[in-house]
Design a binder for this molecule. Sequence first.
Ligand code: NAD
Ligand code: WQD
Length: 339
Amino acid sequence: MKILVTGGTGYIGSHTVVELQQEGFEVVVVDALFNSRREVIDNIAKITGQKPEFEQFDLTDQAKTADFFQRHQDLVGVIHFAAHKAVNDSVQHPIKYYRNNLDSLMNLLDNMETFGVPNIVFSSSCTVYGQADQLPVSESAPIKKAESPYGNTKQIAEEIIADTVHVTPLHAIALRYFNPIGAHESGLIGELPNGVPDNLLPYITQTAYGIREQLKVFGNDYNTPDGTPIRDYIHVVDLAKAHVAAVKRMVGNQMKKPFEVFNLGTGNGYSVLEVIKAFEKATGLKVNYKIVGRREGDIEQIWADPTFSNEELGWKAVRNLDEMVASAWHWEQHYRNTL
Ligand code: NAD
Ligand code: WQD
């Protein structure tokens, strides 16, 4: 069974390609290499012993996308990771985000309908919940007004999918990720942020490696036990495995309605200081950090209620915070040593 993985050389996509191949799926990756490198394909092959098929093009290009589907009429599904994802950049360049994230989705849906490809898994985000009124957050929690154009692309994308599924034979699953961190145990694939990282874990690993001088902890005056914000960090390998579970649910005709939404989190929340402490304990290193003011747009605390995904997908996140931070450090060292 052949799956198209868009954004498959990216962080979450590459880990998912590995899990799909290890479960016997054939994979074709499409990525424009806007935020990833071609070598990722070779590193996937080193892990799995199989080189995935790879095509480099921009999915906002209608002609190229149609030509791709014309040549690949044996697809049973698509996992759509390809998107721009930097929250701050999206505030500065909203059109870039709306165009890339929404045109690519619409091109895919159009061609899936034309060529009869029946299933799509979409990368959504817990950002759609904003600061939820009730914790933990379940899938039925209300969607809050998006804090950024990036977040808005996820909300609009879910609506585009819902409207399309309503009038076509297409089946769709949106997976709302909480905070993916960590890397494959091999150290061969991992997160590769462009420039100065926005996200906490790559900032920590780069500071520990000496690439960044000091981590800024954005605020310790939140209404949380240690004053720093709380998130549901999830190991990227656990996240990747949930995609395989979603694909199996689709191709096995187990969906209960044509568009389903699942939270992907552990159900545990950790504060920024707890993450730093876990990193220090796992690596024996000290992280140079200082507390500064709050970052605009940050929410105070969020963690998932993963009950629905646990029960319906038959999937559960099993890797703990120590494994997450240790694997992120292993990857940082491995990657830097190969430069
Ligand atoms: P990533 O940047 O590592 O991977 C995305 C890949 O998509 C990149 O390799 C990029 O080159 C490619 N891409 C982007 N636009 C494209 C286009 N028009 N055509 C072809 N390729 C294109 O990001 P990631 O962290 O792996 O995220 C994957 C998905 O998960 C994204 O949709 C992201 O919004 C979503 N998501 C990520 C997080 C997170 O914290 N990493 C959280 C929630 C949701
Ligand atoms: C985590 C915590 C920061 C960096 C973002 C997107 C969200 C989703 C995941 C895609 C926060 C603190 C961070 C730093 C810090 N992406 N922090 N110093 O903000 O929960 O979510 O990525 O959908 O949409 O908004 O993740 O890793 O940036 O921050 O103190 O240098 O770490 O304040 O409390 P966030 P993050």
